[in-house]
Design a protein around this ligand. Structure first.
Ligand code: ATP
Ligand code: FE2
Length: 364
């Protein structure tokens, strides 16, 4: 169990009781805002975007299991407990109080069922109480749209590198098409798993980055770096082979710093190679990084070098908008609201298996 008090199976009822669901009256004529709710996995988060596209920071809390991986039910219990406090913070913020609530957006999928259900329940409640439209959004596409909002890029190839997903995406004929993706585990998941074997708690990616940097700074230029299986297979990627090999190198006595460095170099180079090929095939000259692993300075550096070499430009949003956040859900909600899209209560069931290429782009 994580570092929070347990709730019983009636957690959802506690949530209803705890929710801050008194509507706040707003004078007419104010700019509207969309409130976004993210709850696909480890993070519960609320964020806002006004109808001009101006973003607020997100109010978030990350579930950190004391040991092992993320248990969906425990993460959902965490979200239940955090909901009213985070919502209260979001609804006490300047952007909420100075504006008029226009719509409630929530992550409808993909993700862990119990976690998605918490966000969906909060969204349905607020939409009913505040009498504003409900908008279910595709979490993967929200990562793309917040990146476009923040960086101003127009038609990028997206390298989506998170815990659960590793995809190279480009829009074509009204859909974001997946041009290549991991055939086994997500790149962040691979980093987190490796970290866990070394006693580093979730999320392991940031700590691996620190260890790799230490190695980079002290590296002997003549030293042979550690070879791991490379992760590219055609336009797809794979990370479980390099994970197993990295664990073996630790068992064989290599230093943790050197293995972290090699793991990053192999994993990131695999992604950048596929992204470059996607840019060549599509003729697009913008690369956008998104997802939690896009916080990493080394993958950003590789993206920049690759793009500069081909006369293209690499973009990434600031860290708070790379990791899962409610603001990105609000941003996709805003784009959908602008074209009059909303989700009927009867269509608001969660969809844990939703994919990037299931959703039609109706807002561009
Ligand atoms: P999705 O549902 O989109 O797959 P997610 O649930 O994995 O998303 P994110 O917040 O997008 O959530 O990504 C979390 C991942 O990002 C974790 O695996 C974490 O280790 C990784 N990460 C965060 N910061 C860094 C970093 N600096 N370097 C490498 N990985 C990082
Ligand atoms: Fe995500």
């Amino acid at each position: 169990m994580g570092n929070f008090t347990t709730v019983n199976n009636d957690g959802a009822h506690n949530l209803w009781e705890q929710l801050y669901f008194k509507g706040i009256p707003h004078p007419e004529g104010m700019v509207g805002v969309v409130l976004g709710i993210e709850s696909t996995a480890h993070t519960l988060s609320f964020g806002m975007v006004d109808m001009n596209g101006k973003t607020s920071p997100s109010y978030s809390n990350l579930f950190r299991p004391e040991e092992g991986g993320i248990h969906p039910r425990e993460a959902a219990d965490h979200h239940c407990l955090m909901a009213s406090d985070l919502l209260r913070k979001a609804t006490s913020s300047e952007m909420f109080l100075d504006n008029k609530i226009e719509a409630i957006a929530f992550s409808q999928g993909p993700g862990l069922g119990p976690c998605l259900r918490i966000g969906a329940s909060i969204a349905r409640t607020l939409s009913e109480v505040w009498k504003v439209p409900l908008i279910g959004v595709n979490h993967c596409i929200a990562h793309i749209e917040i990146g476009k909002n923040q960086t101003g890029c127009k038609d990028p190839v997206l390298l989506y590198v998170s815990g659960g997903n590793t995809q190279v995406i480009a829009s074509s004929r009204n859909k974001y098409r997946v041009m290549g993706e991991t055939l086994d585990i997500g790149i962040g998941n691979m980093l987190d798993k490796f970290a866990r074997t070394q006693g580093i708690p979730f999320p392991g990616g940031p700590e691996i980055e620190i260890l790799a940097k230490k190695y980079e700074l002290n590296k002997d230029i003549n030293e042979n770096f550690i070879n791991l299986p490379y992760g590219v297979q055609g336009m797809d990627m794979g990370f479980s082979g390099m994970l197993t090999a990295a664990e073996r190198r630790i068992d064989a006595g290599d230093s943790l710093e050197s293995v972290c460095w090699s793991l990053q170099e192999h994993a990131f180079a695999s992604c950048i190679e596929v992204a470059e090929r996607a840019m060549a095939h599509t003729g697009k000259n913008e690369l956008l990084l998104g997802g939690g692993v896009a916080c990493n300075t080394r993958i950003r550096e590789m993206a920049k070098i690759m793009c500069e070499e081909r006369g293209a430009t690499a973009y990434w949003p600031e860290k708070q908008f790379c990791i899962d956040n409610g603001t990105m859900i609000a941003e996709l909600g805003r784009l959908l609201h602008n074209v009059g899209y909303n989700t009927k209560l009867s269509d608001s069931a969660i969809n844990p298996m939703l994919r990037t290429d299931h959703t039609e782009i109706i807002w561009d």
